[in-house]
Design a protein around this ligand. Structure first.
Ligand code: ADE
Length: 406
């Protein structure tokens, strides 16, 4: 029997996820989640499917919904359901359906949650306060920002792990993952040239850095906008022009937001943009580019390609990609497989850590334990066939000394 498209995508991802495969093999033997239920809200595509199957192989009962209405790969949903996984997601689902699907995940009263962006966590603090969660993980910068606010306000009611800030996550996923997948999404949505164009990147966090680096690699003239003085200097010293958005957008052929902040491109910027300017977002929520202002300022709007909306504003045309939702998943294929391999191995191992250690955890935001970061790093090096040096005994002792200088 021929495999379906979704099955082939899962197979391809599995073959290229060496780290998660090693974790999955151990989970099959050790069953760390025996008797536990795991609720997940992540972008539902092939790599995520492998994570869900890994957790199930570890003994968990798993339910999966999407963390974004436009990022689901329906062929993968079908293939996962065929394998008996309970998945609630559809590409293009309405806001109502999106929330209904999150509710379906919470109906099983999960013990552990894996969230991306914080919507599942928020529901657990509003409508499902009776579910005794052992702990959870958060995948992304935006979700971690929300968690920190909850912790500061004293409302966080279970332990959450900040997966985003694990080294083996953000150094690769946010930088190289977002860099490559944003380029992928913009190129597939527009089929336009990057070389020679002026690309404005809003935000010089790890995602912005990755995007700026890859856009430069494609021959773009990159301008960075920032609100953080230190990051602005880093961008300058990395060789980029740094400006205010209001100045940068006058030159921009493309503007790409990756800030985690709302209204980064708003009325005054839209009015200053030049004719033909293309706006795209790679941040978690669709509020970085003000769709409200675009709607209000335009006299006509039409879809000119799949994922490209044209707004006529005065004498000019401005384009919005992917409805302002993260372009790397809406029009692209998400982060490369080997990158999500590392991020999802961190997710799986941190979930295992919760299963084993929840009794000792408080209602706080925790960093991922360093041992997990290094465990994933060692598995990844092995998969890459790279051997590295180790300190000698003498060198190790040197680290303990302070008296001796030259
Ligand atoms: N694929 C699955 N989850 C993803 C994420 N958070 N970012 C990019 N690609 C992904």
């Amino acid at each position: 029997m021929n495999s379906s498209i979704g099955e082939l995508k899962l197979e391809w991802a599995y073959e290229h996820m060496d780290v998660l495969r090693a974790v999955r093999e151990r989970f099959r033997d050790e069953k760390p989640f025996d008797g536990l239920k795991i609720g997940m809200a992540l972008h539902v595509e092939a790599k995520t499917g492998i994570l869900a199957l890994t957790l199930r192989d570890g003994g968990a009962r798993v339910r999966l919904a999407s963390c974004n209405p436009l990022s689901t790969d329906d062929s993968v949903v079908e293939a996962l359901r065929f394998q008996g996984l309970q998945v609630f997601a559809r590409k293009g689902e309405s806001r109502k359906e999106y929330y209904e699907n999150l509710h379906k995940v919470l109906e099983i009263e999960p013990d552990i949650i894996i969230d991306d962006g914080g919507d599942l966590t928020t529901l657990l603090h509003k409508d499902y306060t009776y579910i005794p969660i052992l702990g959870g993980n958060e995948e992304t910068t935006t979700g971690v920002l929300r968690l920190r606010v909850m912790e500061k306000k004293g409302v966080l009611r279970f332990p959450m792990f900040d997966v985003n800030d694990a080294k083996m996550k953000h150094l690769f996923d946010n930088r190289y993952g977002t860099g490559q997948s944003t380029l992928d999404g913009i190129m597939s949505a527009t089929n336009l040239t990057i070389a020679g164009k002026t690309v404005v990147v809003a935000g010089y966090g790890w995602c912005g850095r990755g995007i700026a680096m890859r856009m430069r690699g494609m021959g773009a003239n990159v301008i960075v906008t920032e609100v953080d003085a230190i990051k602005a200097i880093e961008a300058r010293m990395d060789g980029f022009r740094v400006m205010r958005m209001i100045d940068a957008i006058r030159e921009a052929d493309f503007v790409i937001t990756a800030t985690g902040m709302k209204d980064v491109v708003r009325e005054e910027h839209i009015l200053a943009a030049k004719n033909g300017c293309i706006l795209a977002n790679s941040g978690h929520f669709d509020n970085e580019i003000s769709k409200r202002d675009l709607e209000r300022l335009s006299r006509r709007k039409r879809k000119v390609r799949e994922y490209v909306e044209e707004y006529e504003i005065g004498e000019k045309k401005i384009y919005l990609l992917g409805d302002g939702r993260l372009i790397n998943l809406v029009a692209g294929q998400g982060h490369p497989v080997e990158i999500m391999d590392m991020s999802f191995a961190i997710q799986a191992l941190t979930a295992e850590y919760i299963a084993k250690n929840h009794r000792h955890l408080e209602n706080k935001v925790y960093p991922v334990p360093t041992e997990i970061d290094y465990y994933v790093a060692r598995l990844k090096l092995k998969a890459m066939g790279i051997e590295i040096d180790a300190l000698t005994e003498e060198q190790r002792k040197y680290l303990e000394e302070w008296e001796e200088g030259t």
